[in-house]
Design a protein around this ligand. Structure first.
Ligand code: AMP
Ligand code: GLY
Length: 426
C-alpha cells in the first residue's frame, strides 16, 4: 500500500513512524511533514487544504490510503472531495466527511448531537445576534463560573471560563457583536462549568463498529503545576491512572456506544478517529468536547503503546471491517514531554539549530519531531512546539524521568520544557 499522510506535527511523526513499521506500507509520503517524518518517509511540499494539488499527487503516485492528521482539511471537506471525484473514489481515506467533522467544527452541532443521543455533557443554551438580548439576561442569572464557547474553529482559543458576571457579559458582547473570533464566534454556546479532572479517549470507527485505543491525559498549560497560558499541549501520559476499569466501562457504555450509534443513525460518513475529551466529575464521565482527529501530543503516547499493525487497522476502518478487531497494547506507562521555543505560546523565534539529536536514546525512549525542518544537513526549529520525547516505564514517574534525561541532552536556543509532566501520579 502506498500511503499519503497529511500534516506536520509530532502527531504525524508518531503516526508515520508507526506506519513505516508495517509490512503493508510500500511507500510513505508525508505532506508537508517535518524534520522527523523525512527519516521514516518522503516529505512532499503540498498544502493540506489544496485539494486539487492533493488529488493530482494521489493519482501520480498511485496512493492507496490517505490519512488526514489535522482537523482543518476535514472540516473543509477533503473526504467529500475524495468521495465526489471519480478518479479518487477508490482511495481509502481516514477521517470524517465535512458534515460529521462538525462534531469538532461546531460546538452547537456537537451539543445538539449529544442531547439527541443522551450523551452526558454540561447543560447549555446557544445564542446568536438575533437572540443577543435574551443571552445577556440569561448570563445575568447564570451561576459562576460560566463557560462561553465560540461555535466554530477558533484555533483552540474559543473557550472562555468566566468567573465574574461583568467579564461574561463583556466577552459575550465581544464574540457576538464585535466578531472577536470572526464568524466562528457569531454563535455562542453558554455552558455550565464542570469541576473535575480531564482525560482524552480515542475511538477508531468505521461508521458502525469501533475499537478503543489507549486513553491519555495531556498537559495544556505552559507552566509547571498547570499554571499560565494554554498551549497545544506540553506533554501527555498513557494509561491514565485514575481511569480504572469501572470508569472506562462507564465511558464506553454511556459515551462511546451512543456516539457511534448516533453517527450511524444520522447516516454520517465517518471512517476515522473520534477524540473525546472527557471530564470526570465525582465518579461520572461527561463529554467536554469532540475532535474529529487524533490529539497532539496524546498520539505520541497512544501510538507507541499500540501493538496492532496500524495500516491493517486503518484499512479495516476504511473498509467497514472493524467488527471483531482487537486492540493489543503495551501495558507499560508512556510519558511524552514537549520541548518548545522560548516565548511560546506567545511570540517566539524560529530557525535555531537543534543539537544532540544523534544521541543514543536506548530502546525505551523515542524522539518525535513537531516544529522542525531539515535544512543543509541540519535540523532547525520551525515552530512553537519543536519536538517531544516519549519514554516507557513501569510507572508514570519512571517514564517521565527517562524523557527528561533524553531532553537534557538535546539543545536549541531558548529551549523550554515542563519538568513536571505526570506530577499528580508520581
Ligand atoms: P474545548 O475547546 O471545548 O476542549 O475547551 C477547552 C478547555 O476548556 C477544556 O479542555 C476544559 O479544560 C475547559 N472546558 C470546556 N468546557 C468546560 C466546562 N463545561 N466545564 C469546565 N471546563 C470546561
Ligand atoms: N492535545 C489536545 C488536542 O490535540 O486538541
Amino acid at each position: 500500500m502506498r500511503i499519503l499522510l497529511l500534516g506536520s506535527g509530532g502527531r504525524e511523526h508518531a503516526l508515520a513512524w508507526k506506519m513505516a513499521q508495517s509490512p503493508r506500507c510500500e511507500k510513505l509520503f508525508i505532506a508537508p511533514g517535518n524534520g522527523g517524518t523525512s527519516q521514516v518517509g518522503q516529505n512532499v511540499p503540498l498544502s493540506i487544504t489544496d485539494f486539487p494539488a492533493i488529488e493530482a499527487f494521489c493519482i501520480k503516485e498511485s496512493i492507496g490510503l490517505v490519512f488526514v492528521g489535522p482537523e482543518e482539511p476535514l472540516v473543509k471537506g477533503v473526504v467529500d472531495h475524495f468521495r465526489n471525484t471519480p478518479s479518487l473514489k477508490d482511495i481509502l481515506i481516514i477521517g470524517p466527511a465535512a458534515e460529521a467533522a462538525q462534531l469538532e467544527g461546531s460546538k452547537s452541532f456537537a451539543k445538539a448531537f449529544m442531547q439527541k443521543y443522551g450523551i452526558p455533557t454540561a447543560g447549555y443554551r446557544e445564542f446568536d445576534v438575533n437572540s443577543y438580548e435574551e443571552g445577556v439576561r440569561y448570563l445575568q442569572q447564570h451561576p459562576l463560573p460560566v463557560v462561553l464557547k465560540a461555535d466554530g474553529l477558533a484555533a483552540g482559543k474559543g473557550v472562555l471560563i468566566c468567573q465574574h458576571p461583568i467579564e461574561a457579559a463583556a466577552e459575550f458582547e465581544l464574540m457576538i457583536q464585535r466578531n472577536k473570533f470572526g464568524d466562528a464566534g457569531r454563535k455562542v454556546v453558554v455552558e455550565e462549568f464542570l469541576e473535575g479532572i480531564e482525560m482524552s479517549m480515542f475511538v477508531l470507527t468505521d461508521g458502525k463498529d469501533y475499537v478503543i485505543l489507549p486513553e491519555a491525559k495531556d498537559y495544556k498549560r505552559i507552566g509547571e503545576g498547570d499554571k499560565g497560558l494554554n498551549t497545544g499541549g506540553m506533554g501527555a501520559v498513557s494509561p491514565v491512572p485514575f481511569a480504572d476499569d469501572l470508569f472506562m466501562e462507564k465511558i464506553e457504555e454511556r459515551i462511546v456506544k451512543p456516539t457511534v450509534r448516533g453517527l450511524h443513525e444520522e447516516g454520517m460518513d465517518y471512517k476515522g478517529f473520534v477524540f473525546i475529551g472527557i471530564i470526570k466529575v465525582g465518579e461520572e464521565p461527561y463529554v467536554i468536547e469532540y475532535n474529529c482527529r487524533m490529539g497532539d501530543p496524546e498520539t505520541e503516547v497512544v501510538i507507541p503503546r499500540l501493538k496492532n499493525d496500524l495500516v491493517d487497522l486503518l484499512e479495516a476502518a476504511a473498509q467497514s471491517k472493524l467488527a471483531g478487531v482487537k486492540i493489543e497494547c503495551d501495558d507499560r506507562y508512556a510519558c511524552t514531554v514537549m520541548a518548545v521555543s522560548g516565548g511560546y505560546p506567545g511570540e517566539y523565534e524560529k530557525g535555531f539549530e537543534v543539537e544532540g539529536l544523534d544521541l543514543e536514546t536506548g530502546s525505551d525512549s523515542l524522539i518525535f519531531h513537531a516544529g522542525t525542518i531539515s535544512a543543509y544537513g541540519a535540523v532547525m526549529t520551525n515552530g512553537g512546539r519543536v519536538l517531544c520525547v516519549t519514554s516507557f516505564g513501569e510507572s508514570v514517574a519512571e517514564a517521565a524521568d527517562k524523557s527528561r534525561e533524553v531532553l537534557d541532552q538535546i539543545y536549541f536556543e531558548n529551549m523550554y520544557f515542563r519538568k513536571d509532566i505526570g506530577y499528580e501520579f508520581a
